[in-house]
Design a protein around this ligand. Structure first.
Ligand code: URA
Ligand code: CA
Length: 434
C-alpha cells in the first residue's frame, strides 16, 4: 500500500477502507509516513469529510495506537462523562460523588491540562492531603469499595491522536468534524468506560460557538461511540456565559460542596441533574430518566451525595473536614468587587473573556510549566437576565495581588448591561442518542 494512493483516494472524495485507515495511522505513529503526506490527507479529509464507518475506523485505529485502560476488574457498568470544555465547569467534581451515591461506579482518569482554571485534579488538590498518586490496583479497589476514585493520567494513551493533533494545529485542519470527533472519542474509549455521556457546549465560551456545529459534533461522537460498542449519548448545553458562579480552583471546590448540599447555583445544579440522570440510566441503576433524576435530587437534599464526597476525599488522603469548613481551603489575600457602571439588565457575559480574566489572576495555566494559584478566581453575583443597579457588584475578584486594574478592564469589556429586558439563555438545548 502507498500513502500517495490513500491521499489521492480521499482527495477524490472516495471512502477509505479499514486497511487504508490502519495503514496511515500505524505508519504515522511509528514514523514511517512523513508529516507532509499526513498533512495532505488531513486537508483532503477537511474538504471531503468522512463517512460514519470511516470515522469509527479512524477512532479505533487511534485507540489501538497505544495503551488502553482495562477497567474490567471493577464491577458494574462504568460510565464516564466528557465535556468539550467551558468556563467555570465544576460538573465533574459534583457528578463523581453524586452518581456514585446511587451506586454508579466512577473510575475517573483526569489530567491537569491547560485552560482558564486547573483541571479536576488541580481543583481536588486544593483539599489538604488529597492525592492521585495511587497504583492501578488501589484505584480498582477504591472504586469497588467506595464507588468513586480519581487517578492521574498514566500510560501512553492514543499516541496517534497526540501526533495528529499537533500536526492539525499547524496545518489549519483542527476545525473538521470527523477529525475532532475521532480525536475526542479515541481518548474516551482508550480510558476504558463501558458507556459515555458527552456534554457538548455551545456559545461564546465553547469550542463550537454555533449551535448547528455543536449538534453536528454531538451526532458524530454519538455515532462513533455506538459503532465501537460503547453506549454513548450527548447533551448540548449552553456556554454563552460561565456555568455556575465560581471560576477558579478552590472557589469551584466550594461551589461543588454547596451544590452537593443542595445549595448550588440553579444552572449548575440543573446541568448536573441532567447529565447525572443520563449516566444513571446508562449504568442501569434506574428504569427511566425521571426515576434517575429523582434518585439524584433526593441525594442532594438528604446528605448522601455530600457524605459520598467526604468519603471520596478521605479515601484518597484528603482532609474531609474541609467539606464542613470550606474556609479552610486556600484563600486569596484580596477580595475586590467589580461594580456596575450602569443600571439595567445583564445582556452579555462573554464566557471566554471571563475565563481569560481568571487566568490573568493566576487560576489557569498558559503553558504546561506554569504554576497555578489555587486560591484566586472570580465569583459572579449576576448572570445574563439579572437586573443590576449602578455601583452594585457584578462580581467579586479573588486575588493575591492588590492591583487588578487590567483584570477589571478585561471584565468590564466582557460584560454588557442593557436598558432592554433580556431573557435568561436556555441551559439545555438538545439531547442526541443513537
Ligand atoms: N479537542 C480534542 O481533543 N481534539 C480535537 O481535535 C479538538 C478538540
Ligand atoms: Ca462554576
Amino acid at each position: 500500500m502507498r500513502m500517495y494512493d490513500v491521499i489521492e483516494k480521499k482527495r477524490d472524495g472516495e471512502e477509505l477502507s479499514k486497511e487504508e485507515i490502519r495503514f496511515f495511522i500505524n505508519g504515522y505513529t511509528n514514523g514511517d509516513i512523513p508529516d507532509y503526506q499526513v498533512s495532505a490527507l488531513m486537508m483532503a479529509v477537511y474538504f471531503q469529510d468522512m463517512t460514519e464507518a470511516e470515522r469509527a475506523e479512524l477512532t479505533t485505529a487511534m485507540v489501538e495506537s497505544g495503551d488502553q485502560i482495562d477497567l474490567s476488574a471493577i464491577s458494574g457498568i462504568k460510565v464516564d462523562k466528557h465535556s468539550t470544555g467551558g468556563v467555570g465547569d465544576t460538573t465533574t467534581l459534583i457528578l463523581a460523588p453524586l452518581v456514585a451515591s446511587v451506586g454508579v461506579p466512577v473510575a475517573k482518569m483526569s489530567g491537569r491540562g491547560l485552560g482558564h482554571t486547573g483541571g479536576t485534579i488541580d481543583k481536588l488538590e486544593s483539599v489538604p492531603g488529597f492525592h492521585v498518586g495511587i497504583s492501578s490496583d488501589e484505584f480498582v479497589d477504591l472504586v469497588n469499595t467506595n464507588k468513586a476514585a480519581v487517578v492521574g493520567q498514566t500510560g501512553n494513551l492514543t499516541p496517534a491522536d497526540k501526533k495528529l493533533y499537533s500536526l492539525r494545529d499547524v496545518t489549519a485542519t483542527v476545525n473538521s468534524i470527523p477529525l475532532i470527533a475521532s480525536s475526542i472519542m479515541s481518548k474516551k474509549i482508550a480510558s476504558g468506560a463501558d458507556a459515555i455521556v458527552l456534554d457538548v457546549k455551545t456559545g461564546a465560551g465553547a469550542f463550537m460557538k454555533q449551535y448547528d456545529e455543536a449538534k453536528e459534533l454531538a451526532e458524530a461522537m454519538v455515532s462513533i461511540g455506538n459503532r465501537v460498542g460503547r453506549n454513548t449519548m450527548a447533551v448540548i448545553s449552553d456556554m454563552s456565559q460561565p456555568l455556575g458562579k465560581a471560576i477558579g480552583n478552590a472557589l469551584e471546590v466550594k461551589e461543588a460542596i454547596d451544590t452537593l448540599k443542595g445549595n448550588g447555583p440553579e444552572d449548575l445544579t440543573e446541568l448536573c441533574l441532567t447529565l447525572g440522570s443520563q449516566m444513571v440510566l446508562l449504568a442501569n441503576k434506574a428504569d427511566s430518566l425521571d426515576e434517575a433524576r429523582t434518585l439524584l435530587s433526593n441525594n442532594l437534599n438528604n446528605g448522601k451525595a455530600f457524605n459520598q464526597f467526604k468519603l471520596f476525599l478521605e479515601s484518597q488522603g484528603g482532609d474531609s473536614s474541609v467539606a464542613d469548613n470550606p474556609e479552610s481551603l486556600p484563600q486569596a489575600a484580596y477580595k475586590i468587587d467589580l461594580k456596575a457602571k450602569y443600571s439595567g439588565t445583564v445582556s452579555e457575559m462573554v464566557a471566554d473573556d471571563i475565563g481569560t480574566a481568571a487566568m490573568m489572576l493566576g487560576a489557569g495555566r498558559a503553558t504546561k510549566e506554569s504554576k497555578i494559584d489555587l486560591a484566586v478566581g472570580i465569583v459572579l453575583h449576576k448572570k445574563i437576565g439579572d437586573t443590576v443597579t449602578e455601583g452594585n457588584p457584578l462580581l467579586t475578584i479573588y486575588s493575591n495581588q492588590e492591583n487588578v486594574e487590567d483584570v477589571k478592564e478585561k471584565l468590564h469589556a466582557s460584560i454588557t448591561v442593557s436598558e432592554d429586558t433580556v431573557e435568561r439563555p436556555q441551559l439545555i438545548y438538545d439531547t442526541v442518542t443513537k
